[in-house]
Design a protein around this ligand. Structure first.
Ligand code: MN
Length: 206
């Protein structure tokens, strides 16, 4: 079964002024759509068509690079659109709020650690907050379109992503140019903590 480009849960201009409409539109209709199309082309007519995206990512070490790059691109962006919202920002809510305080001491400390992971990623990639198999929280970063569901990622960085930021230049260059730090700073204003809390609860009750 072919994978599909999901709709955004809000209009392209909904995250203004933090993320501009043109960036959102190109990011969704060109970049994400491109990953979906290339992923479908890479698995078409093979037994890989039977697998879910998570199943593919879990064994990418054995699969063609096109599946790793475009499968990761599809999964990562599908999460990214949903962990942002025009009603986002502020502080975490629900169980994830307690868990962040417990694991990182405070929200501001977590925010600093996550921000540094995003800023220190050299070149293109992502920073993540994940739930590890033992239920603990962990901040990490992956290059390109890799993610913590992949079997190519170091063991300590493997788990279920519940928050992620795209630090490819295509995510911010039109508005912020080289100023990745300003993009990351602005992005906190659109984080959908309610959805992150849902993902946290799902990941910890599996
Ligand atoms: Mn992207």
């Amino acid at each position: 079964m072919a994978f599909n480009l999901p709709d955004l849960p809000y209009p392209y201009d909904a995250l203004e002024p933090y993320i501009d409409a043109r960036t959102m539109e190109i990011h969704h209709t060109r970049h994400h759509a491109g990953y979906v199309n290339k992923l479908n082309a890479a698995i078409q007519g093979t037994e890989l068509e039977q697998l879910s995206i998570e199943e593919l990512l879990g064994k990418v070490s054995q699969l063609p690079a096109a599946v790793r790059n475009n499968g990761g691109g599809h999964w990562n962006h599908s999460l990214f659109w949903k962990i942002m919202s025009p009603k986002g920002g502020g502080e975490p809510v629900g169980k994830i709020a307690d868990a962040i305080n417990q694991h990182f001491g405070s929200f501001s400390n977590f925010r600093e650690i996550f921000t540094q992971a995003a800023l220190n990623r050299f070149g293109s990639g992502w920073a993540w907050l994940i739930v590890r198999p033992d239920g603990s929280l962990h901040v990490c970063s992956t290059p390109n379109q890799d993610n913590p569901l992949m079997d190519v990622v170091p063991e300590e960085d493997r788990g279920t992503p519940i928050l992620g930021i795209d630090v490819w230049e295509h995510a911010y260059y039109l508005k912020y140019q080289w100023r990745r730090n300003e993009y990351v700073e602005a992005w906190w204003n659109v984080v959908n903590w309610q959805y992150v809390d849902e993902l946290y609860q799902k990941a910890t009750t599996q």
